[in-house]
Design a binder for this molecule. Structure first.
Ligand code: C5P
Length: 218
């Protein structure tokens, strides 16, 4: 029996996480937050004090790290047995994640870890290359985006809510830098799959986006 997969790709702060989690919950499907895998690797690499400019050292950490995911109401991530969920969301983690995500050997090692999430009754996979590289045969594909200004405001509010002290101007610059890095890299760059549905959520509430994605599947 083929396992249905919905991929939701797009730049950071477009609302992919919120939309993917809500849709997965509604359908009773599994959820893969692929960004959290790259973020976990960033945390593991920072902790081990390795040279972040040396792809081989990062690839070794990627091969060794043990990740466990638990997605009940909130996603819980454990790295080598320790709950690191609280550290995943920071901009520093996101920024280091996007640097190491540009290394092809790292992406190759993480490919199977991501494909293992494909299990019955179905999977919602959120990231940058879900529809293009990780699950190219997915039945449903969405490319979710929003203007950089709108994404920066959303990210700002999210971080403030989590009690993380941030500055909107700095967030905007970081988002723009991360977009550039994710789109311009050679290995699995952020790109829309030819068969994906394009949704620009700049002027849409996330509830409306969730409904639109659910309509696509039903
Ligand atoms: O989605 P999130 O902001 O958590 O992702 C953090 C970083 O991980 C992204 O900026 C991107 O560089 C990288 N990433 C990736 N491929 C994915 C998901 C995330 O390269 N499928």
């Amino acid at each position: 029996m083929s396992i249905p997969v919905l991929t939701i790709d797009g730049p950071s702060g477009a609302g992919k996480g919120t939309v993917s989690r809500a849709v997965a919950k509604k359908l009773g499907w599994h959820y893969l937050d692929s960004g959290s895998i790259y973020r976990s690797l960033a945390i593991a690499s920072l902790r081990q004090n390795i040279n972040l400019d040396n792809p081989q050292e990062i690839t070794d950490v990627a091969a060794r790290m043990r990740l466990e995911f638990d997605c009940l109401d909130e996603l819980i991530v454990k790295l080598d047995g320790e709950d690191i969920t609280a550290q995943l969301g920071s901009e520093q983690t996101g920024s280091v994640a996007s640097k190491i995500a540009a290394i092809p050997e790292v992406r190759a090692i993480l490919l199977q870890k991501q494909r293992d999430f494909k299990q019955l009754p179905g999977l919602v996979a959120d990231g940058r290359d879900m529809g293009t590289v990780v699950f190219p045969d997915a039945k449903y594909k969405v490319f979710l985006t929003a203007s950089a200004a709108e994404r920066a405001v959303r990210r700002y509010k999210q971080l403030i809510e989590k009690g993380i002290d941030v500055n909107l101007q700095k967030i905007t610059e970081e988002i723009e830098a991360r977009d550039r890095r994710d789109m311009e890299r050679e290995a699995a760059p952020l790109a829309m799959a030819a068969d994906a549905i394009y949704i620009d959520s700049s002027d849409m509430s996330l509830e409306v986006v969730i409904q639109e994605v659910l309509n696509l599947i039903r």
